[in-house]
Write a protein that binds this ligand. Structure first.
Ligand code: C5P
Length: 233
């Protein structure tokens, strides 16, 4: 799997998103669309960005009973997304159903399907006290990643600091998609456990998800090129 940079397009509406993408004349970056934009604009936002030639990671983190997830995934596959995701907490059966739906709905190769292990917003204390998961964060991430592999998915979303744990548990071909990317000279925003693009590359991660370091830059195209150069080479 080739390395790639995915831009997190966390804009409030379609107009702002298209205005941002209009700045790219030569490149067609891989873009991530999340819940805010998808629920605000509907599936047309995916079609509009696909029509402009971008690959799309639709980050909706599905988590429901297997039948519902399978049918929802069929619809997402019909939109032609290139990557999408579910929560590993939905169980192996749910993840298998998600994969089936994605394959059934796809007209060509199915999208890359990845799972969320533990959200980075869930800390150890909350995981143990509220979710009653009596294990360390590392054990939980590795265990959920193994479940994801057993269900036949392609990989997981994780912090770049966890990529090595996941690769150790599931093998180097199991894909990791890693947000939390920052330069030392950049604004951290609300991210705390971060890594530079060059360091992320050393972990073996295939995809980095970069939002504000690109979207809030003065020259967004130059910022994107800097990240690509450091991560892809
Ligand atoms: O702007 P920034 O580079 O922090 O954006 C990172 C993107 O990755 C955001 O869309 C955020 O929601 C997402 N993300 C994350 N941490 C996770 C999962 C997703 O930052 N664990």
């Amino acid at each position: 799997m080739n390395r790639d940079v995915i831009i997190a397009c966390d804009f409030k509406n379609k107009a702002d998103t298209i205005a941002f993408l209009d700045k790219f004349q030569e490149e067609k970056p891989f873009v991530k669309i999340g819940m805010e934009l998808f629920y605000g604009e509907g599936p047309d936002i995916v079609r509009a960005i696909k029509d402009r030639g971008h690959k799309i990671f639709l980050d909706l983190k599905l988590h429901d009973i297997p039948t519902t997830v399978r049918k929802a995934m069929m619809n997402l596959a019909r939109l032609g997304v290139d990557m999408t995701n579910v929560h590993a907490a939905g169980t192996i059966d749910m993840m298998r159903a998600a994969k089936e739906g994605l394959v059934e709905g796809a007209s060509g190769d199915p999208a890359i399907l990845i799972a969320v292990t533990q959200l980075t917003s869930t800390n150890l204390e909350r995981m143990q006290k509220e979710l009653l998961i009596n294990a360390t964060m590392e054990e939980t991430v590795a265990h959920y990643a193994r479940n994801t592999k057993e269900a036949g998915l392609n990989g997981v979303v994780c912090s770049p600091l966890e990529a090595a744990i996941v690769k150790n548990a599931c093998g180097k071909d199991f894909i990791t998609v890693t947000p939390g990317i920052r330069y030392p000279d950049g604004n951290m925003g609300d991210q705390s456990r971060v890594m530079t693009p060059a360091k992320a590359r050393e972990t073996g991660t295939e995809f980095i998800v970069v939002g504000r370091p690109i979207t809030q830059a003065e020259d967004v195209v130059a910022a994107y090129r800097r990240v690509c150069k450091d991560f892809i080479g």
